[in-house]
Design a protein around this ligand. Structure first.
Ligand code: FES
Length: 105
């Protein structure tokens, strides 16, 4: 599926995202090296660091936030109503066309 990621410099990248590799958005950003090593995915995808925070740009329906994701976002910086943790969004066919912007470091 296609996912669009706006990096922290404001550059938009449309990338191919595999739905059969049990991958999430944080891992996708890392795989395409759209954020410097060590600035995203610090907790390894455990919803404990918010380094993978992103803003959802379009209205592709996403799974509800878990309590862990809600809790982490309530403590993170630069949180907006459309903030999500990239590591908590799995790449599935349902999110085809999703566009997100990486939150500042
Ligand atoms: Fe740490 Fe997502 S990688 S909260």
């Amino acid at each position: 599926i296609k996912i669009t990621i706006i990096d922290r410099e404001g550059v938009s990248h449309e990338v191919d995202a595999p739905t059969d590799m049990n991958m999430n958005i944080m891992e996708l950003v890392r795989a395409y090296e759209l954020a410097p090593e060590g600035t995203i995915g610090i907790c390894g995808g455990m919803a404990m660091c918010a380094s993978c925070q992103c803003y959802v740009v379009n209205d592709v329906p996403l799974p509800e936030k878990s309590d862990d994701e809600e809790a982490m976002l309530s403590e993170a910086f630069n949180v907006k109503p459309n903030s999500r943790l990239g590591c908590q969004i799995n790449i599935t066919p349902e999110i085809e066309g999703l566009e997100i912007e990486l939150a500042p470091e």
